[in-house]
Write a protein that binds this ligand. Structure first.
Ligand code: 5MY
Ligand code: ATP
Length: 475
């Protein structure tokens, strides 16, 4: 096959992890969490995570057999597309491993009683399979040996979601509302109605991506209040705070800080620092992506605490993880409302619909026109639309990925710890930290139709809820 999937076929072979390097046993493995597509099991000694794909209970045998192809694609996609786009500073490339039926049986046993009810309609079939081995981002990488740390290791996962609004002028008349309510907030009522969300989240991604410490703090406090699948906290490799486990945050932070005053605020400040930390290796000097558009956007749900002066001075610094994610998210320049009809027209033009288009997209990989809003001189109308589709899919991955932050108190600040791995609390006391990105799946073409459909449904529901056009009535 043409394109990056064939070009980088060797990556998987080279990085193939030996099964005997991993201890898959009831004592060494712990359920770490799951999403719609995959389940993650922590390997405690190895400080790795096994990511297994799930399938629907009645899925066809042939679909189950595709697991290893899907994972190979995943590894190649992360290595050749997402790593350069989101920066090698935030990604370690995953490996593939083959698992026997006994391994899967053991892993399923470990998951028993741990999985949330609303996820069990999918499972890991009891059969030999492949899985992905990732670094456990709730522990420190092995390149951080023997540092003077103490107290618990706290891992935080933030699924930040879409951090910008599409410009009003590009939206069709019946979708103008999308310029005043962000996609995350827009979809909330629809998801609650469908039963996939328990309640309306108080979190607004525009606050988190604002770069304003005030608004970011509100975003994090709201994540604490309604974590849904947007916030998880792991303490010493054990999940202690999530949608399913909402205990006391004070207990979570017990022994974590140098002193025990205002732990929750102090923790929010450390997270903000981590999210705004500049990693020299992540500064976008390579010109791969266009500059981000201003991030001072407000949706009807976002916090209004940021003053005018503050809005002018607070930006996401180039080289921080939020900046980089937002850049990739903003590859979506046309909005699905405009892209979907173009996608349908192009599919009709092509003889072989989806599969032909898939091939067209795969050769794009990291294209020299990436992110350009206008059609380039070398592009035909259909190659321009293919690029827009490809950009939308890349952007979708960045809108759905999770940021993993891990922290531990440092007894002292030693010279050989790089600045980029140290956070300071309000009293200037140091914490070791590290950061990574997970859930970087390649999004299939079918996502274009579902994204369009979901937006239309969500708009309808919102409009039904209130015929009043005053924006705050929507929430
Ligand atoms: O489109 P969204 O915003 O509803 O995102 C979906 C997520 O919803 P949520 O983050 O909970 O709001 C959804 O998450 P959940 O299943 O709700 O945990 C998935 O991540 C889904 O991706 P995929 O189908 O697994 O590839 C996500 O779908 P896509 O990002 O692939 O569209
Ligand atoms: N490398 C890792 N280190 C630590 N935890 C991880 C790692 N990879 C995954 N996890 C945990 O497992 C959960 C599920 O993994 P992942 O997000 O890849 O599943 P998914 O099904 O693709 O999710 P989604 O529904 O969001 O698409 C994550 O939300 C995270 O809590």
């Amino acid at each position: 096959m043409a394109g990056y999937f064939s070009k980088y076929n060797s990556i998987c072979q080279k990085d193939h992890k030996e099964r005997n390097e991993l201890e898959i046993s009831l004592t060494n493995c712990k359920y770490r969490g799951e999403g719609n597509a995959a389940v993650a099991i922590a390997l405690l000694k190895e400080k790795k995570v096994l990511r297994l794909l799930k399938s629907e209970k009645n899925e066809k045998e042939s679909m189950k057999r595709e697991v290893s192809d899907k994972l190979r694609r995943y590894v190649e996609f992360v290595h050749t597309v997402m790593k350069p786009l989101l920066s090698p500073a935030f990604l370690h490339c995953p490996n593939l491993v083959n698992l026997s039926v006994e391994d899967v049986r053991t892993l399923n046993k470990i998951m028993e009683g741990q999985r949330p009810d609303y996820r069990v309609w999918k499972l890991v079939p009891e059969a030999p399979t492949s899985a992905i081995v990732l670094q456990d981002y709730c522990t420190f990488p092995c390149t951080f040996p023997n540092l003077p740390t103490e107290g618990p290791v706290i891992g935080i996962e933030i699924k930040a979601k879409q951090g910008f609004l599409p410009p009003l002028e590009i939206l069709p008349k019946d979708q103008k509302i999308k310029a005043s309510i962000c996609r995350f907030c827009l979809l909330q009522h629809y998801k609650v109605k469908k039963g996939t969300k328990p309640s309306i989240s108080q979190y607004c991604p525009l606050d988190l991506f604002s770069g304003c410490p005030h608004r970011m703090k509100v975003a994090i406090q709201n994540l604490f209040k309604t974590p849904q699948n947007n916030l998880r906290i792991v303490r010493d490799q054990e999940i202690v705070y999530s949608r399913e486990k909402k205990g006391s945050l004070r207990t979570v932070f017990c022994d974590f800080f140098h002193n025990s005053e205002n732990e929750i605020d102090s923790f929010a400040l450390l997270i903000i620092q981590a999210l705004l930390k500049v990693f020299p290796g992540a500064i976008t000097s390579n010109g791969l992506l266009p500059a981000i558009k201003p991030c001072h956007q407000f949706c009807v749900k976002s916090s209004k605490l940021c003053s005018t002066e503050c809005a002018a001075s607070h930006v996401l610094p180039d080289g921080c993880v939020l900046h980089r994610i937002l850049q990739v998210q903003q590859l979506d320049t046309t909005d699905i409302a405009n892209l979907y009809p173009q996608f349908k027209a192009l599919k009709d033009q092509l003889n072989n619909g989806d599969s032909c288009l898939e091939k067209l997209l795969l050769v794009l990989a990291i294209h020299r026109g990436l992110g350009k809003t206008e059609r380039q001189s070398w592009e035909t109308e259909s190659s321009f639309i293919s690029r827009k589709i490809w950009e939308f899919l890349l952007s979708l991955t960045a809108k759905d990925c999770s940021i993993m932050v891990v922290m531990q108190r440092l007894k002292e600040r030693t010279a050989h710890i790089p600045d980029e791995n140290v956070l300071l609390d309000n009293n200037g006391r140091p914490y070791l930290f590290s950061l990574g990105l997970v859930d970087l799946d390649y999004k299939q073409l079918s996502k274009i139709e579902s994204a369009y459909y979901n937006d239309c449904q969500a708009i309808q529901i919102l409009q039904k809820r209130s015929n009043d056009t005053v924006p705050h009535k929507y929430c």
